[in-house]
Design a binder for this molecule. Structure first.
Ligand SMILES: [Fe+2]
Ligand SMILES: [Fe+2]
Length: 165
């Protein structure tokens, strides 16, 4: 787990300062891109059969996704639901898709352990499609709705997003 912690700290430093990230949409969309870059790197390394580095970078990707989902599930979704009264709407679908992705994370982690390239790359392809569609829905719909609905509270929400461990 030590390696995850180090990667984590690195990302804390890389995370945007907040000064120029004033909307929820910008803040969380840029985090999507950070996760996407880690995913692409892990996929490339697995494609080259570099398993030790794949394990490290895939671990960093998993940690980033865990943190991203936590920001949404612990802060954004409940706040959005509270303000809109929409608890069975888009946030519920997003939660279900997170669960689907968690299933793929587990399958991919097993493939890394077994160094099974076909399995890993096959799961990665499925995950990429799911993740792209999910992120697009959030970026084009949910985050924008959140910015509108939460408006003046956005700064406070971003501060709470930043506080998520
Ligand atoms: Fe999400
Ligand atoms: Fe997201």
């Amino acid at each position: 787990m030590a390696i995850y912690k180090n990667v984590r700290q690195l990302h804390e430093e890389e995370r945007p300062s907040g000064k120029f990230m004033e909307t929820i949409s910008e803040y969380l969309s840029s985090d999507h891109h950070r996760c996407d870059d880690l995913f692409a790197l892990a996929e490339e390394l697995a494609g080259d059969g570099k398993w030790e580095r794949t394990a490290t970078e895939f671990g960093a990707f998993l940690e980033s996704m865990r943190h991203h989902f936590a920001m949404e599930e612990e802060v954004l979704f409940p706040t959005f639901e509270e303000r809109t009264g929409m608890s069975m709407g888009p946030t519920q679908i997003m939660r279900m898709e997170h669960q689907q992705m968690r299933g793929l994370f587990d399958a991919m982690a097993q493939a890394v352990e077994k160094r099974d390239q076909d399995d890993f790359l096959g799961q990665a392809e499925t995950l990429l499609v799911l993740m792209q569609q999910h992120n697009l829905k959030e970026e084009q719909i949910l985050y924008h709705m959140a910015d509108q609905v939460l408006g003046g509270e956005a700064r406070d929400v971003i501060a709470r997003l930043r506080a998520v461990a």
